[in-house]
Ligand binder design. Sequence first.
Ligand SMILES: O=C(O)C(=O)C[C@]1(C(=O)O)C=C[C@@H](O)C=C1
Length: 112
Amino acid sequence: MTMTSTSTAQQTTATAAATATATERTGARTESAAELIGGARDRIDALDDRIIGLVQERMAVSAVIQEARIGSGGRRVNLSREMEVLGHFRDALGKPGTALAMTLLELCRGRI
Ligand SMILES: O=C(O)C(=O)C[C@]1(C(=O)O)C=C[C@@H](O)C=C1
């Protein structure tokens, strides 16, 4: 055997190492599944960046409303409006939607 040739045993070992790497990276047992998962994770990361940007935009708009209300002599919190927001998310996403909306409201106006 020359120094540059690769035995079947070495190839098998290399393939096993590649599969182990895919499993370590993604939990998948095949390289093709790991590639699909890697691409989908990139899409999720991009979606999460957009969601974070939308949450930050919502916080800024909410602050404008709260400052106008407080500046006019009113209170920061408007519970009837918060019930509408909670209902909107619950109708769209069910019970976890309510929890998500509560977290959004907490981010936008702090804890009551
Ligand atoms: O819609 C309002 O009046 C707001 O002040 C915005 C907002 C919200 O972030 O959705 C924040 C605080 C209020 O308690 C209710 C709702």
